[in-house]
Design a protein. Structure first.
Length: 126
């Protein structure tokens, strides 16, 4: 049995709530979970589309209006999503996990506000 050890608790996000993209990378997708230390997202790869080792991310949302630009992150993993786990989704989807690099105090505060919003599944406070 693998015991997962994380520094920060992860919180699942309601589907299709937070969209992630980068001006410096063709990777775009929906955030699946988020923590104070990082997040994971799913994306559909296109030719030449894969997360770089270091990536600057931008988060936007409609349900909870916000805009979080320039989140410097490091790619931790990039794996294929098992199509058996995701019925009715495009085959070939991938899930990427990133760890935040240094965040300025304003971005940290906005991230905390986001995690306290109603976009989280099963909780209204992170």
């Amino acid at each position: 049995m693998n015991i997962e050890r994380r520094k920060f608790a992860r919180y699942p996000i309601k589907p299709h709530t937070i969209f992630l993209y980068s001006n410096y990378s063709p990777v775009k997708g929906w955030v699946k979970d988020i923590s104070k230390g990082g997040m994971s997202f799913e994306y559909t790869p296109t030719e030449g589309c894969e997360p770089e080792p270091e990536i600057r991310l931008i988060l936007t949302g409609d349900a909870f209006p916000f805009y979080l630009p320039d989140i410097t992150s490091k790619t931790i993993y990039d794996i294929k999503v098992d199509k058996n786990d995701r019925p009715f989704k495009a085959t070939g989807n991938r899930r990427c996990g990133v760890q935040y690099e240094k965040l300025d105090p304003i971005t940290q505060e906005k991230l905390t506000d986001l995690m306290r919003s109603e976009v989280l599944i099963g909780t209204s406070e992170a």
